[in-house]
Write a new protein. Structure first.
Length: 456
């Protein structure tokens, strides 16, 4: 029986040793009980859904958590999810979490507002957090870590949001779901829709990666490419949803998308022995990942799981950087005109949740940076060369931003830093065409083999 646990240990020797013992106890318990990767040692003590609710961040109106609304019925404002943390605190703590053998995002089920019999899961979450020794050494960073979100079932961190979105869709008895997406979210939602047995419509911009759309098509989602800008795709989806009443699963709008992503924050805290890094670096498009992670981190502190929180770092491509530009200039977010970048997953010219990203950066004393396409490609090559990690350009942007911030002195090289790598490079092979050397072709002779062997 083989187990894979996404655990990394760093910090002072006592903390590291203690966490290794914790990991060993879990493994021994699993082996003794004959449990597999997704099994649960103890039942989940579910916090009542009355402890959670939806609320509008504009007018403050509250809605029941089992509502199918994704925007405020009163003012069309964005909805968020609130909790009675005093109730949650009585149930959730380190001891309970460390007794669990379910290594997915659902090990934190008490903080995911859906009933257990409606959960739609493919084993997403609890992705590895690994130390990037060689890359760190090349950059002069002593403690650099990579959270490998691309190891989620469909190859991207979007699976966290999709799992919760489809669980909620099942709970509200939605007969069809829909999304507008440039690729990863579409591929992810289609997979979870197939798992749930709920029909799915995908509206994608005409420039979307064929690799990502093929994933969605394979899961029998109805995929429609929309001409024009990313905003045009959003408008097309909105029109269809308004007419046909489908449950809208857009990561920019539906609050349950970010709520799934908050489990990244819980995991980073737990995987580091409750001693999170100094900086968490995110590539940002809609901002759902960073927003969710920051909420998870704040909840971890609220529940007494950690004492301190990292500073959040938002990295966007120069060709589409409305949030980073606003933060650096101290202005409100304005639509980004004529967006163009190889990091297609980050090409969101008008991020609807952008102000929440700005709030997270401000609250955490964080940073924002922009990177060129050339810097993104360079970072992708460094990740592959030094760490054996092959990610899409949208993911590599996080490392490109870190390099720029370290070089400029805005982040000290002796800080503990984690980069969130959101999507697999296998999804965007066409983007890397010509970026790497062509393989050598030889004849099957010893002389030819000796020639290539001496080239190393």
């Amino acid at each position: 029986m083989i187990f894979q646990i996404g655990v990394v240990v760093y910090g002072a020797p006592p903390t590291a040793t203690g966490y290794r013992r914790h990991e060993q106890r879990i493994m021994q318990s699993m082996i003794r009980l004959g449990l597999s990767y997704g099994d649960e040692i103890t039942g989940v003590r579910k916090v009542p859904l009355q402890s959670a609710w939806l609320f509008c961040d504009e007018c403050g109106r509250k809605l029941p958590i089992d509502s199918d609304a994704y925007r405020c019925p009163s003012c069309s404002g964005m909805l968020q999810i609130g909790y009675d943390y005093s109730n949650v605190r009585r149930t959730v703590g380190r001891t309970l979490l460390q007794s669990r053998s379910k290594f997915s995002m659902w090990r934190y089920q008490e903080l995911l507002p859906v009933t257990s019999d409606n959960i739609v899961s493919l084993g997403e979450g609890f992705t590895p957090l690994v130390q990037a020794d060689r890359l760190g050494e090349s950059l002069g960073i002593g403690q650099l870590f990579l959270k490998l979100e691309y190891t989620c079932p469909t190859g991207s961190f979007k699976d966290r949001g999709s799992s919760l979105l489809l669980s909620k869709a099942r709970e509200v008895k939605a007969n069809t779901v829909a999304i507008d997406s440039s690729g990863n979210a579409a591929a992810s939602l289609a997979a979870y829709s197939a798992k749930a047995g709920i029909p799915c419509y995908v509206f994608a911009p005409s420039y979307a990666s064929i690799g990502k759309l093929t994933q969605a098509i394979a899961n029998e989602a109805k995929v429609v490419k929309v001409e024009g800008t990313r905003k045009d795709t959003f408008e097309a989806a909105k029109m269809a949803i308004a007419k046909y009443g489908w449950y809208y699963c857009a990561f920019q709008v539906n609050p349950f998308a970010s709520e799934g992503s908050k489990t990244i924050g819980y995991e980073v805290c737990e995987q580091t022995g409750w001693q999170p890094p100094d900086y968490l670096v995110f590539p940002v498009g809609t901002g759902s990942g960073l927003i969710g992670c920051w909420k998870g981190l704040k909840e971890s502190r609220e529940l007494g799981l950690v004492d301190r929180l990292p500073a959040m770092v938002c990295v966007q491509p120069e060709g589409c950087s409305p949030i980073a530009r606003a933060f650096k200039q101290g202005k409100e977010i304005a639509p980004f005109e004529k967006a163009q970048t190889i990091a297609e997953g980050l090409m969101i010219s008008q991020p609807l949740k952008g102000k929440h990203v700005l709030s997270a950066l401000t609250e955490s004393h964080g940073l924002a940076e922009t990177v060129s396409d050339e810097e993104i490609l360079s970072a992708a090559k460094l990740l592959a060369k030094f760490e054996g990690v092959f990610v899409e350009p949208s993911s590599a942007a996080a490392v490109a931003g870190l390099i720029k911030l370290v070089t400029s002195g805005k982040i000290d090289r002796d800080q503990k830093i984690a980069c969130i790598l959101t999507g697999s490079g296998l999804k965007t092979l066409e983007t890397y065409s010509g970026a790497f050397p062509e393989p050598l072709t030889i004849k099957p002779t010893q002389n030819e083999i000796d020639k290539i062997a001496t080239k190393n």
